[in-house]
Design a protein around this ligand. Structure first.
Ligand code: C5P
Length: 243
């Protein structure tokens, strides 16, 4: 039981940190944010009490914010603190990453130092395929594989940059630098929606003053207590949230 829902015994899909279940409404799905935390394509794996709720709370907050900014998202409502009811989408197998500052895989793949502020936000896209290590993909490949048509690809990039503009400004006011983040999109009845999650698992966030990581890098690179970092973000973005 999750809020008003009796959760089916078997998920439709089990990701590394979320489980997706069918609901009584065929147009909606139920997403449970689990306490699992993984890194390096599942090589590192742990569980942290309350982690699912913290990420669900952040995701709800950002999806609502983006809706008010005109970005369609899959968010419908929360049915429990760690459980989100979402619009059923046909997911697009792409990870759309927006970077404001060089970090992570960008500094491994290219000769750019971590912390370099990029002249303008950069969108990079990975093909979502764990077995192949989520390889980077380009526009031509996306079109030739019929993952998206040209109009949809333009739309996805526009949406990603709009999300960046909204979130970057918001985080700045909270004393946090939005370094980079990953989005996933899906389609329903010809419309492209923002799906998946926007949480501390999917963003790189640095304290504006100290530069300390407040995101999954704390877990990836054993930089401290990841749940303390996640609570710190929530306290700053939603001052009245129960954290
Ligand atoms: O690893 P990389 O530097 O390419 O990640 C860029 C951003 O996308 C980071 O904020 C990371 O947390 C996020 N990401 C993600 N899921 C992935 C890959 C990256 O949330 N599978």
């Amino acid at each position: 039981m999750r809020g008003t829902f009796v959760i089916p015994a078997k998920p439709l899909y089990e990701g590394k940190a979320k489980s997706v279940y069918s609901s009584e409404n065929p147009d909606e799905l139920i997403v449970v944010f689990r306490n699992d935390m993984t890194a390096f394509n599942g090589v590192k794996h742990d569980q942290f009490t309350d982690k699912g709720r913290l990420n669900a709370t952040a995701s709800e907050f950002f999806m609502r914010m983006l809706e008010t900014e005109g970005i369609p998202t899959h968010f419908v409502r929360m049915s429990a603190p760690d459980t989100m009811v979402v619009r059923r989408l046909e997911m697009i197998p792409l990870e759309v990453i927006v970077r404001n500052i060089a970090a992570g895989s960008m500094t491994k793949k290219y000769p750019v130092d971590e912390g370099t502020v990029l002249d303008r936000p950069v969108v990079t896209i990975d093909y979502k395929d764990d077995e192949r290590g989520d390889p980077m993909i380009n526009d031509d490949l996306i079109l030739v594989f019929h993952i998206l048509n040209a109009e949809e690809l333009t739309k996805v990039k526009e949406m990603a940059l709009k999300v960046n503009k909204v979130l970057r400004g918001f985080f700045d006011e909270c004393g946090i630098t939005l370094v980079d983040f990953k989005l996933e999109f899906g389609k329903s009845a010809g419309t492209i929606y923002l799906g998946d999650e926007i949480s501390m698992d999917s963003m790189r966030l640095w304290d504006k003053v100290t530069g300390e990581s407040l995101d999954k890098d704390v877990y990836r690179f054993d930089k401290g207590d990841v749940i303390t970092a996640y609570r710190n973000v929530l306290k700053r973005i939603i001052p009245d949230a129960v954290v």
